[in-house]
Design a protein around this ligand. Structure first.
Ligand SMILES: Nc1ncnc2c1ncn2[C@@H]1O[C@H](COP(=O)(O)OP(=O)(O)OP(=O)(O)O)[C@@H](O)[C@H]1O
Ligand SMILES: [Mg+2]
Length: 262
């Protein structure tokens, strides 16, 4: 790809397993990309609203959110807000979004709503990052339909590979039926503790199975990343010198590098 490209690359950060680091990855990748000069839109597609809060935006005070966009009562351009310190734009979410799941079921083009809404702001961004909920729901499906690729954060634990197969199957089905562009961009090892033998073993298994689909960057377990959301800041902004922040900036650079090769 050359420098004249105007279309953003759209990525889902997805894993149906809960608490594996999706939101931490989305928020810090967004802030990391912003730091290296990329224009980023983060979409919070989880009714928990963690990415919204972690971007420094109070989910309870949102007047418009991704919910309004999915139900076509607002455009992305109206509903987005700036993350005050993150350096990127946010399309936020709150509990209201849980209702969208039910309301969308009876509507037409129900899994394509997000994709269609994003077309209008395509030229504003280099990257769109979608933080998915811990499920393979209609919300996640909207994310997968809109995306070019999926980034899968995972912990190197015993059942990690097993859990991956459901996600891989879903991605295959979406690829076959709804979005022929969709691919797994890569697996990101997160909350990694190199002193744990088991984690090293699982990490080796991952590389053996998935080869260069495993990102080179490894995100360590780092308490600063866990503390940052309570200050409404990405870890990358909260403590740029921490190991976790440095890893996410390195990951942002790796993503940019991979996009050039795609
Ligand atoms: N690298 C890390 N080091 C230390 N703590 C981390 C790291 N990554 C994530 N955490 C912490 O682990 C918890 C789960 O992370 P996170 O919220 O990002 O996961 P998630 O996959 O988005 O969860 P959910 O499935 O509920 O949406 C959070 O408390 C977060 O602060
Ligand atoms: Mg989350």
């Amino acid at each position: 790809m050359n420098g004249t490209r105007v279309m953003p690359r759209i990525f889902c950060i997805a894993n149906q397993k809960g608490g594996v680091g999706k939101t931490t990855t989305t928020v810090n990748l967004a802030a990391g990309l912003a730091r290296i000069g990329q224009r980023v839109l983060l979409i919070d597609l989880d009714p928990q609203g963690n990415a919204t809060m972690g971007s420094g935006v109070d989910k309870r005070s949102l007047t418009l959110s991704v919910y309004d966009v999915l139900l076509e009562s607002a455009d992305v351009a109206e509903a987005r807000v700036a993350s005050p310190r993150g350096g990127y734009d946010l399309l936020g979410a709150n509990r209201e979004l849980a209702g969208a799941e039910v309301e969308l079921v009876s509507l037409e083009r129900r899994e394509r709503r997000l994709k269609e809404a994003l077309a209008a702001v395509a030229s504003d961004y280099d990257f769109v990052l979608i933080d998915c909920p811990p499920s393979l729901s209609l919300l996640t499906l909207n994310g997968l339909c809109a995306a070019h690729g999926v980034v899968v954060p995972m912990q190197c634990e015993y059942f990690a590979l097993e859990g991956l197969s459901d996600l891989v199957n879903t991605i295959r089905q979406v690829h076959a039926n709804l979005n022929p562009e969709l691919q797994i961009v890569g697996l990101l090892r997160v909350m990694f503790d190199p002193r744990t033998t088991l984690q090293q073993q699982v990490s080796e298994q991952l590389k053996a199975h998935f080869g260069d689909k495993v990102f080179n960057t490894v995100i360590p377990r780092n308490v600063r990343l866990a503390e940052a959301p309570s200050y409404g800041l990405p870890g990358v902004v909260f403590d740029p010198s921490s190991k976790g922040a440095q890893a996410f900036v390195a990951f942002a650079a790796e993503m940019v590098e991979r996009m050039r090769a795609m």
